[in-house]
Design a protein around this ligand. Structure first.
Ligand code: CS2
Ligand code: MG
Length: 412
């Protein structure tokens, strides 16, 4: 079998997606997600100009060798653009191998280690009442674990608040929040860490009082605190027994986590912007995190993320794969297959895609009793309707950025 066609499909049904579509001379089709939010076209160029010419005529069964060929052969390794491109190839090859074998990918990865995947959804609100309504709506939709994001008095627009979309007049805003805004330039948001630190513990107290002690609650600090601020928040949230506090400090300074660990037992999740096992190596070995947030789409594929999670398992660190709407249905399917097979599965993020997206990508996964399952279709279980995709051309969209009151740029 040989790869004899490689297409890079760009579509923007509810948001931009980049998908690699490989076809073999025996007619098997493999899909791979290469979506890098706000920088999509850079990956398109990397794939079209540099990777596709290398794939034609190759044996699709040689997944590991192809991965090494694209990683070592590039000379210039790592980084979000390179690793998203390699990830798409890796996913597409696993998809083809599953179809050729007549098996779902999780069976190729060692079979199912559980019935399904506990998943969490995004509840948010500018006010506590709005937040409570959002939590209730998630419970009604079957979620059994919920991420809590709240507005902060005095701040106009901050990360993770779905209703801000409605304020900005987005016609088809759902309860989930898509951070990348269509338009020629990124939106500026304001931030004040001290105001956030004063406000958040009270919100978690209110949520626990309203919804009880058992419901797993998560929060995303979204890279905004200094190490000592993160230590303080982690400590003050301990009474509310969080499932995890995510991205509490910018991830470049990994030593910061030693200081956070010294002060709090709140579990820490890190890594959605990481691209290789090397980004995780030290914080795993030093037991500085409890959950690996790496996504198949941004970590170079199923092949390297499985190796990273197998390494994490030695330290009893679990998976918490990134799953917002900018991970496409193909990337989500790959995460579900990997999550079902590994032993050290923790939880899966699950922001639901929009209706147009679900028409472009037909998916075989199931969602029941708060758990996802990738389904038992051969391969990844996703079909891309290229004609439907063609209806939605790429639309420039940027993630917002942050400025403090004095105008200083801050992590968004
Ligand atoms: C977030 C993401 O879901 C999360 O944990 O950190 O929504 C993130 O902001 C986006 O993926 C950025 O594209
Ligand atoms: Mg996050």
């Amino acid at each position: 079998m040989r790869i004899d066609k490689a297409e890079v499909v760009v579509t923007s049904p509810d948001r931009n997606f980049v998908t690699l579509r490989l076809t073999t001379d025996e007619g098997h089709v493999g899909l791979g997600d290469a979506t890098l939010n706000g920088r999509e076209l850079a990956v398109v160029a990397y794939l079209k100009e540099h990777v596709v010419p290398l794939l034609l005529g190759r044996d699709p069964a040689a997944i590991e060798d192809t991965w090494q060929y694209l990683y070592r052969g590039a000379y210039w390794r790592r980084g979000p653009v390179t690793m998203a491109a390699i990830a798409a190839v890796d996913m597409a090859l696993w998809d083809i191998k599953g179809k050729a074998a007549g098996m779902p990918v999780y069976q190729l990865l060692g079979g199912a280690s559980r019935k399904g995947l506990l998943a969490y959804g995004h509840a948010s609100g500018k006010t506590t009442d709005e937040l409570f309504d959002s939590v209730r709506s998630h419970l009604e939709q079957g979620y059994r674990a919920i991420r809590i994001q709240t507005g902060v008095p005095g701040l106009k627009a901050i990360y993770g608040i779905a209703s801000q979309g409605a304020d900005a007049g987005d016609a088809d805003v759902r309860y989930d929040h898509e951070p990348a805004r269509r338009g020629a330039l990124p939106m500026e948001e304001d931030w004040d860490t001290r105001a956030y630190l004063r406000h958040l513990p009270g919100v978690f107290e209110a949520v626990r009082n309203e919804f009880g002690p058992e419901l797993p609650l998560l929060h995303d600090g979204h890279h905004r605190m200094t190490p000592i601020q993160a230590a303080k928040l982690g400590k003050e949230l301990e009474p509310y027994d969080l499932f995890w506090l995510e991205d509490c400090t910018p991830a470049e300074n990994q030593e910061a986590l030693r200081l956070v660990r010294q002060h709090t037992t709140t579990p820490l999740a890190i890594g959605e912007i990481f691209n290789t096992v090397w980004d995780f190596k030290d914080i795993i070995r030093e037991q500085l995190i409890d959950y690996v947030r790496g996504a198949v789409t941004h970590m170079g594929g199923i092949t390297p993320l499985k190796k990273t999670l197998d390494y994490a398992a030695m330290y009893q660190i679990k998976s918490g794969m990134h799953g917002p709407t900018d991970i496409s249905p193909v990337g989500m399917a790959a995460a579900m297959h990997l999550g079902l097979a590994i032993h050290n599965f923790g939880i899966q993020e699950y922001m639901q895609h929009g209706s147009r997206t679900n028409e472009v990508f037909q998916q075989s996964f199931t969602w029941a009793d708060g758990m996802l399952h990738p389904g038992d279709e051969p391969g990844l279980g996703v079909t891309l309707d290229v004609d439907e995709a063609g209806k939605y051309p790429y639309a420039q969209a940027y993630l917002p950025y942050n400025r403090l009151h004095d105008g200083t740029m801050h992590d968004w």
